[in-house]
Design a protein around this ligand. Structure first.
Ligand SMILES: NC(=O)c1ccc[n+]([C@@H]2O[C@H](COP(=O)([O-])OP(=O)(O)OC[C@H]3O[C@@H](n4cnc5c(N)ncnc54)[C@H](OP(=O)(O)O)[C@@H]3O)[C@@H](O)[C@H]2O)c1
Length: 251
């Protein structure tokens, strides 16, 4: 799709974006509101205890920042009313089923209305606790996919991957072609990822730490170390780093 078609596509559409306070999601939201003001509605999901707190975070961490200066200048005093007409703040947590949306009525409204789901929420601290990373980045993606499957008129589900999937792909012609991944395929062809095994190993590790009466701090460091151990075991780490370096080089 060229950018003209993309702009037309979003006219009259309703979109749910997760991770709305994140770097990529903010850029997406700003661009959509600027190039397609006739978008029907943007549901923006972010971590907060309730919808008022979600709206508060959105205002402070998204719409007040410099990124929105162009739109703010274009709309002048209509900026705030335009945002409140188009945007709905949703309190949620992608680590929980149904994206942690507690309000049933609102959840059903979203399931009925959205045309596009952009899943951008993630933990980008790649040395975080293994249980947090698994909850947000792995189960979060599954929760978003399950949510998408229950939508009544969804046209596109966009998952922005946390995994560095490019690896050592060849750049000779400047193009890295997208290919569908097989279940369990890892960047190194020499290792396979079985997510059920990983989840079981994690549960066992947590049970082992609990049996030792580990305090919160010990848990935190032990689970960070364990995440690294699994990463190295699956050869992701070295591959990820080498892929990252080649990416910086080519940028
Ligand atoms: N930035 C890039 O150049 C780039 C390039 C390629 C791929 N990606 C991928 O794109 C995705 C987004 O990247 P980013 O740079 O925008 O990351 P980011 O700035 O760290 O934003 C992540 C967002 O996810 C939210 N989040 C974390 N845990 C959550 C949870 N349990 N429930 C709901 N929201 C949660 C965070 O909310 P809080 O504010 O509450 O923490 C934050 O808004 C990641 O998967 C990243 O790996 C990024």
């Amino acid at each position: 799709m060229n950018s003209g078609n993309m702009q037309d596509f979003f006219k009259g559409k309703t979109v749910l974006v997760t991770g709305a306070t994140g770097f990529l999601a903010k850029v997406f939201v700003e661009k959509i509101l600027r190039i397609q003001p006739e978008i029907q509605k943007l549901y923006l999901l972010l971590r907060a205890s309730n919808s008022d707190m979600a709206a508060h975070r959105l205002q402070n961490e998204v719409f007040e920042i410099d990124l929105f200066r162009v739109l703010r200048a274009e709309l002048s005093e209509d900026f705030n009313s335009f945002i409140s007409k188009k945007v709905v703040a949703i309190a949620g947590d992608v680590a929980i089923e149904n994206l942690g949306i507690k309000d049933e009525k609102l959840k059903n409204e979203i399931l009925e209305e959205i045309d596009v789901l952009v899943h951008s929420a993630a933990s980008t601290k790649f040395d975080d606790r293994f249980d947090i990373l698994m909850g947000v980045n792995t189960k979060g993606a599954l929760h978003a996919l399950n949510f998408a499957k229950n939508c009544q008129k969804l046209k596109a589900f966009v998952h922005i991957s946390t995994a560095y999937v490019c690896g050592n792909a060849k750049y000779e012609d400047g193009i890295v072609r997208e290919k569908a991944f097989e279940m369990g395929q890892s960047l190194k062809k020499t290792s396979n990822l079985d997510i059920h095994t990983e989840m079981k190993l994690l549960d066992n590790k947590i049970a082992e730490l609990q049996a030792m009466n580990a305090d919160e701090n010990t848990m935190k460091f032990a689970l960070k170390d364990y995440g690294m151990e699994r990463l190295v075991k699956l050869f992701f780490y070295l591959e990820w780093l080498s892929g990252y370096i080649s990416k910086i080089y080519f940028l």
